[in-house]
Design a protein around this ligand. Structure first.
Ligand code: ZN
Ligand code: ZN
Length: 133
């Protein structure tokens, strides 16, 4: 039997639910203009899992937010549900979608050229734009 830890969460109205198994590949924050807008917030924060580690229930609508980015949201309540990539076997789940708080701490920040000046600086590695792998 697989005894891996699981994390559950979903959208604000409960129509979309997910369960992620194991540890995230990475956890980060993003200050890009798209993340700002979709979250209606100063930044987005995500736990990125392998796509196969996450099971989903409920319908989402999807839109193409960048060449490879596919953002899914709940059509009932509008919550950001998750993000997938056409060219990567990964799924990015917003930290605010998990049922519990303080599960994960971001290890880096992307698109800091758009970071609000009132946010703490220098807490973790900051990249002007995308992370260079
Ligand atoms: Zn919903
Ligand atoms: Zn972003």
């Amino acid at each position: 039997m697989n005894q891996q830890i699981t994390y559950e969460g979903g959208c604000a109205c409960g129509a979309v639910r997910f369960r992620a198994s194991g540890s995230p590949i990475r956890v980060g924050m993003c200050h890009c203009m798209t993340c700002r807008r979709v979250h209606g917030s100063a930044f987005g924060s995500y736990a990125i899992f392998e796509r196969g580690a996450v099971t989903m229930a409920g319908n989402t609508r999807e839109w193409q937010s960048s060449e490879q980015g596919r953002r899914h949201f709940c059509p009932l309540c509008g919550s950001v549900a998750y993000m997938m990539y056409a060219d990567r076997d990964e799924i990015a789940i917003p930290l605010g979608a998990f049922d519990e708080t303080a599960l994960f701490e971001p290890a880096y920040e992307l698109w800091c050229k758009h970071k609000e000046s009132w946010l703490p600086q220098g807490v973790r590695p900051e990249y002007d734009e995308e992370r260079t792998h």
